[in-house]
Write a protein that binds this ligand. Structure first.
Ligand code: OGA
Ligand code: NI
Length: 336
C-alpha cells in the first residue's frame, strides 16, 4: 500500500519496525551551498559567463552539488509537474498496480523504497520511475501525465545540456565536450518522482539512505518542503533552496569520466512530522550500452593514472540497484 497508504490507514501509533532507520538528525552543519545563476551562464556578458563557469567548477570540485536559479524551466511547468505527480500518487492501489514493475529496466515502475543491502529496512518514500529518453514513456493515468511530463523532461534536458556546457568549459574543454563524450543525444534520462509523507517519528525513519546517483547529472526540484541533505567535508548539510530552483548534483559517471576530478556527492533524505514532501528528479546519463571510463583528455598518465575501470552503464545500474552491494558504494567496484 506504500507509505502514503500506511499513513492514511490511520493506525500509525508506532513505526512498523521494518521502517526504523535512525538518521542522527542532530549531526548537522549549516553551510552556504553554492548557487549558479543560469541566466548569467547562458545569456550573460562574457565576463558574467566566465564567472558562472568558475562558480560551477568550484562547486563541482568542492561540493559535487549546487543550486541553480534563474533557469529556463517555466515555473508554471514545475507546478504542473508537481500537481500531476501528486495525482499519480493519489491513484488507487489497484490503478498503480499496473506500474508496480518487477524488473529493474521496466520503463515505468512505482513502489515503496526498499533499502537493498542493509537488511529488511523500508524507506519512508513512495516513488515512480519512468524512462523518458531516448524513448519516451509515461503512465496513462492521470490523463495529462504524458503531455506534462514530456514537456517537463524536454526542458529539463535543455537545462542539463547548458550546465554540461559550463562543466565542460570548467574542465578546460570545449563546451560540447561532455555532450559528445557521453553521447547525450542518445543518452538515457530517468524521471523519478518521490513522495515522502509526514511521519509521526521522523527521527526513526529515512526517506532515502546515504547514496550517490549513477549517471552524469541529476536535476531535482521539490515542493516547498525541505529534507535533502548532502555530505560535505564529513557533515550533513541541509539544503534549503529558494522556491523553483533546481538542486543539481554530479553523479558517479561524472566522477569516472573526469577520473575523480569531479566526485559524485553522497546525499540522503530525512522526513518530517508535519508536511508531505514531493520531489521531481531527472537523472541524465549516457546511453545504457555505453562503457564509461576516464577520458584520455582528463587523465594525465604520469601524475593521475586512470583510477576507474570501464563498465557498461547498464551493468553499473544493475550492480547499484540490485542486492549485491551490501551497503557499499558502487563506485568502489570500479575503482582501480
Ligand atoms: C534521488 C534523490 C532526493 C530527494 O532521487 O536519487 O536523491 O530529495 N532524491 O528526493
Ligand atoms: Ni539521489
Amino acid at each position: 500500500m506504500g507509505v502514503k497508504g500506511l499513513v492514511e490507514s490511520g493506525y500509525l501509533n508506532s513505526i512498523p519496525p521494518e521502517y526504523v532507520f535512525p538518521s542522527n538528525l542532530n549531526d548537522l552543519e549549516v553551510e552556504e551551498v553554492p548557487t549558479v545563476d543560469f541566466s548569467q551562464l547562458t545569456a550573460g556578458t562574457p565576463d558574467e559567463r566566465s564567472k558562472a563557469i568558475q562558480v560551477i567548477g568550484k562547486a563541482c570540485r568542492e561540493w559535487g552539488f549546487f543550486m541553480v536559479i534563474n533557469h529556463s524551466m517555466p515555473r508554471r511547468l514545475m507546478d504542473e509537474m508537481l500537481n500531476v505527480g501528486e495525482r499519480f500518487f493519489d491513484l488507487t492501489e489497484e490503478e498503480k498496480q499496473d506500474y508496480a514493475g518487477k524488473e529493474l529496466f521496466d520503463p515505468i515502475r512505482c513502489g515503496t523504497g526498499f533499502n537493498n543491502g542493509l537488511g529488511n529496512v523500508f524507506l519512508w518514500r513512495d516513488y515512480l520511475k519512468v524512462h523518458v529518453h531516448p524513448h519516451f514513456h509515461a503512465p496513462h493515468k492521470p490523463a495529462d501525465f504524458r503531455e506534462t511530463s514530456e514537456e517537463y523532461c524536454k526542458k529539463a534536458r535543455d537545462v542539463a545540456e547548458e550546465l554540461l556546457k559550463g562543466i565542460s568549459k570548467s574542465l578546460g574543454q570545449e563546451e560540447n565536450y561532455i555532450h559528445k563524450k557521453m553521447d547525450i543525444e542518445s543518452g538515457s534520462q530517468l524521471l523519478v518522482m518521490n513522495l515522502y509523507p509526514p511521519c509521526p517519528r521522523p527521527e526513526l525513519v529515512m526517506g532515502m539512505p546515504p547514496h550517490s546517483d549513477h549517471g552524469i547529472l541529476t536535476l531535482l526540484t521539490q515542493n516547498d518542503v525541505c529534507g535533502l541533505q548532502i555530505l560535505h567535508n564529513g557533515n550533513w548539510v541541509p539544503v534549503n533552496p529558494p522556491p523553483y530552483s533546481f538542486l543539481v548534483n554530479t553523479g558517479d559517471h561524472m566522477e569516472i569520466l573526469t577520473n575523480g576530478r569531479y566526485e559524485s556527492v553522497v546525499h540522503r533524505v530525512v522526513v518530517n512530522s508535519k508536511a508531505t514532501r514531493m520531489t521531481i528528479a531527472t537523472g541524465h546519463g549516457p546511453p545504457l550500452g555505453a562503457i564509461v571510463s576516464p577520458a584520455a583528455e582528463l587523465v594525465d598518465s604520469e601524475s593521475h593514472p586512470p583510477k576507474y575501470q570501464g563498465m557498461k552503464y547498464r551493468d553499473y545500474i544493475e550492480l547499484q540497484q540490485t542486492n549485491q552491494l551490501k551497503g557499499k558504494s558502487c563506485l568502489d567496484r570500479v575503482r582501480i
